[in-house]
Design a protein around this ligand. Sequence first.
Ligand code: ARG
Length: 564
Amino acid sequence: MTLSDTIRAAFEAAFPGGDFSAVRVVPATDPKFGDYQCNDALKYAKQAGLKPREAAQRVADALTGMPDNPFSGVEIAGPGFLNLTIGGKWLAERLGALAADPVDLGIEQSGRGKRIVIDYSSPNAAKQMHIGHIRSTVIGNAIDRIFRSLGYDVVADNHLGDWGTQFGILIKGYRECLTDAERENLTVANLEKCYVLSAARAKEESGEWKEECRRELVKLQQGDEENLALWRKFIDISIGEFERMYRRLGVKFDTYRGESYYNAKMPAVVERLVALGLAVESEGALVVKLEDEGLGVAIVRKSDGGYNYTTSDLACVEDRVAEYDPERIIYVTDDRQQLHFKQFFSISAKLGCRARLVHVPFGLMSYQGKAISTREGNLIKLDELLEEAVKRSMEIVAPRGGDERLAAQIGIGAVKYADLSHDPGTAIDFTWEKALALEGNSGPYLQYAYARVCSLLSKAKEAGAAPGDFVAFASGAAAAEKRLALQLLEFPGAVRRAAEAYKPSVLADYLYQTSQLYSSFYQNTPVLKSEEPARSSRLALCALFGAILRKGLGLLGIETPERI
Ligand code: ARG
């Protein structure tokens, strides 16, 4: 039960039958007035025919009468505000309960028995991953971890772009544009190269090359063995290389079902759309008209008889529902695909889809102030970005005796956090200075805060001191200490809010604020040098902060080395 839930229960007891869903407590504007305040009693006074202060008094009485009332002080101020002071005993108990739950740290297991599919990363095969792919991978993986922590059964599905006209161009290019050596030692870089060369020739005026690419594609679609074997080879090589990247990033998928998997299922979906009168002919194509919803027209079969991205996603959703019966499917892609998702969600609903479909769109990432594009020639490969991250963090950790592994933990953590600390919906600019800063809102800052608390705890151990229970709070705690303690209790709520909003940034913000509060606590309050029982109580607070920081960073996919 959160503090807001408690105060709602008190409103309910004071004015039975009302709707108090909007009632909440907020942190006090000034610690002089307590820890929290609630300004909602005024709103209900009139309805109850009471003066505002009388209404507030009723809530206060109800609160004081509650068996596990968290507040030791409830005061009425001004026109009917409630000033609330958290009781030491209650706080000590709550902190104790969190510390006694080291795996979940109070995170409610609200997802038990529920399944969701998360579709993320999903790069196109035969192309190297570049820095444009990092957002879907990192944001998607954090959402994946956050939902798992809430007890959901998550299926992480990498929806590879592994089907389409590009494969005709690739097969032709593979046969004609590569050297024997390149064919023998096929890499994604070689595939990319042969695609570029072949696509350029497909533009030739005679149209011969283009026609041959088309023929190869048709052969592939009709199941020609040789072409199918080549296609399989391209996909395997691509997945192999993507997996190398995922290993470095600590990202794991449960399944790699690309667009090709849904290929055979597309005609049936279109037939149903036609039978239901949803798809109609327009200039030789089949389309679903969504103008009434402001979503234009979605093509589901092109005039040449081919299917497209929309058809593929429609077939995919039906298949996922049939196989997994998820309560929700979450798609993480850049925001240029918003119309696509709105269209196909709307069509899926018309087809009776029972899963909730959610698109999490993210803004584009620029690099050091410049848009990332092939034309700009700054299409940085993900590989190179990660390499650079490790190299740069090596410069930071080497003087402290850190090794390659530590440099990787910090460098990769920095790249991830630079992304996750921003609301996914916003466009972001990546700069090395911000990402690797040791001060301010950065990955290394948080990792460093964690390492410091580990070192404090091991120093305590050497001195024969150990974290105890939280007794000091029962007998009055310093302001910074109490502020930190209250913030630590908010951890499960921060995880829940991050999931509800599909924004790992909510959790990142929480962790950053918590680390700042920890720092001001640590600067203002003696820990090792304090007397018992304050010492073991404060050590327990430090240990809980460390556990929460570790768990929280873990949910963002960021490692927490104990020494930096
Ligand atoms: N392959 C697509 C791209 O690179 C992303 C696929 C997202 N998932 C989906 N089911 N449409 O943009």
